[in-house]
Design a protein around this ligand. Structure first.
Ligand code: DC
Length: 230
């Protein structure tokens, strides 16, 4: 099997990160959740009062970008890769509704995208990586040997996200709130000027609205085996 680059894009809560993680583990590849990097920058903005309503202080954020260090470290207990912001584990905080509500605004800023794309490309220099996000097939790794675009209906995705949040102990959030967040993020992600979410022409499309996790994982592994053996 040759060592390849695997790029997975798709809508929020489409299940792409779960699939990507399982695949990476099964084939011994590194896994990078690029959304976690945008979320970590968003947390930095919130903590440093750089967001007021829907407006981000782009000038201050651009100045601060060189001081924002994002790393991934594997948690020895769970085996999961967790994100660190300037040396602090922020894995939990970046998944909450506060960051989710603002991350699309921050991810639309070209200076932020330039900085993170550069880091992501450096991480994938030696191949043997699975990365998921919105622009991985189109911008970060346009030459990836394997490209997948994952989609599902907004209702299915909101339900999945609700279950995830409930599983993490958030009893207050409602389906309506989560559904609204999913739709708003879809809209911003698809209509932003810089690197909007779109399906790469040479990507395989996976609509998993009616698939079990096992079926998706099996499909992804099968595609990898076919492409890496070519
Ligand atoms: O995958 P996620 O929901 O954790 O992503 C969080 C946000 O970051 C989402 O609103 C889109 C943005 N994002 C992006 O613009 N480009 C990426 N490569 C990954 C995520």
């Amino acid at each position: 099997m040759k060592k390849i680059t695997i790029a997975i894009d798709g809508f929020s809560s489409s299940g792409k990160s779960s699939m990507a993680k399982v695949l990476a583990k099964a084939i011994g590849y590194a896994y990078v959740d690029s959304g976690a990097m945008y979320r970590a920058v968003t947390l930095f903005c919130i903590e440093n009062n750089m967001i007021s309503g829907d407006v981000v202080d782009v000038v201050r954020l651009t100045d601060a970008l060189p001081d924002i260090k994002i790393n991934f470290t594997v948690n020895p207990d769970s085996g999961a890769s967790e994100v660190y912001l300037n040396g602090r584990n922020v894995e939990r905080e970046i998944r909450g509704m506060e960051v989710s509500g603002k991350v699309s605004l921050v991810a639309a800023i070209p200076a932020v995208r330039r900085a993170l794309v550069k880091q992501q490309q450096a991480m994938g220099e030696d191949k043997g990586i699975v990365m998921d996000g919105r622009d991985i097939c189109t911008v970060v790794f346009p030459d990836a040997e394997m490209k997948v675009f994952v989609t599902a209906t907004p209702e299915t995705r909101a339900q999945r996200r609700l279950e995830e949040l409930r599983g993490k102990g958030d009893d207050k959030v409602t389906y309506e709130e989560v559904y609204a967040n999913v739709c708003t993020r879809d809209h911003i992600d698809q209509t932003r000027e810089d690197s909007p979410l779109r399906q790469a022409e040479d990507a395989m499309v996976l609509d998993n609205s009616h698939m079990t996790r096992e079926e998706q994982n099996a499909w992804l592994l099968e595609q990898y085996r076919r492409i890496a053996a070519e």
